[in-house]
Design a protein around this ligand. Sequence first.
Ligand SMILES: Nc1ncnc2c1ncn2[C@@H]1O[C@H](COP(=O)(O)OP(=O)(O)O)[C@@H](O)[C@H]1O
Ligand SMILES: [Mg+2]
Length: 304
Amino acid sequence: MSIDIGVVVTDTYRPGDGDRDTAPLIAALRARGITAEPVVWHAWDPRRDGGFRMLVLRTPWDYSEREEEFRAWLQQAGQVCDVQNPPQLVRWNLDKVYLKQLQQAGVATVPTDWAADQSQLTEALVGHGQQWVVVKPTISAGALNTGLLRADSAEARDLGRRILDRGRTVMVQPEVPELSAGREKALYFIDGVFTHAIAKGALLARGGGFRGGSYQEDPQPVEASPAEQAFGVQVLNACAAAAGTPVPLYGRIDVVSTAEWGTVLLEAELFEPALNLHRAPHAAVALAEAVSRRLEQSAAQPVG
Ligand SMILES: Nc1ncnc2c1ncn2[C@@H]1O[C@H](COP(=O)(O)OP(=O)(O)O)[C@@H](O)[C@H]1O
Ligand SMILES: [Mg+2]
């Protein structure tokens, strides 16, 4: 019997950072008569295994460590079935250089210097004097290779150099005090409609590494003001316009309201955000309904 939906996951997660979304999503789909099962992306060969009506990308969180393999897999998967969110949007969203494009489209973002080589890195760090900065790669997830360091420290230079050595671009940002105070808000949208907001707490320790020694999100439901929600919609639409795709099935817009810059975008997660469905069961229902609508639409379309 063929299964309707493959929920794309991976097979290893960091301690304390597991996948808490797939089980409630599959349960919500099944409650609507839609069959679904988890698919470990790198154990599923699109050319050989086929057989889903739709793949819903969810927690392939090791993609940033296996980028080339993931890109090739995505390409092949898109040839054999409907992939959501669409591969074109995923490719656009993989590399945080999209933030530049959003900025040009009028979206307020965390101020960022971009360094593609050693001299740009030095210039970016020197520009921040003795301030605390966050150094991170443009392709990353789960705060990998991300450090909250003094701009004039050997640690900041070393982290930047390690990122460059791996062929990646470095981002240098001022430490946003509201992020360090745990006020990052993840705004969730299903089919463009706001469903819930989560604050996940501060992650980075000054001087490098994580608070408490390891990556620990502490997801708590929070209110998002009408202005924050409107900002989220603006970002979501700007992403879809820049990538040339429709409004996505799901999206998470990470924002922070700051004293210095107003409400700004930290990142838009359009293919692998933790949805925190265990904190917002109504969002699992909304996502299952959105998937169901898309299946119906594709069934109604003529083949060919
Ligand atoms: N400029 C910054 N100031 C303070 N904290 C930051 C800053 N940038 C990132 N962080 C912290 O690091 C985490 C990971 O950074 P982020 O840009 O979201 O990358 P990703 O989630 O893709 O690894 C954020 O959730 C936040 O806690
Ligand atoms: Mg993030």
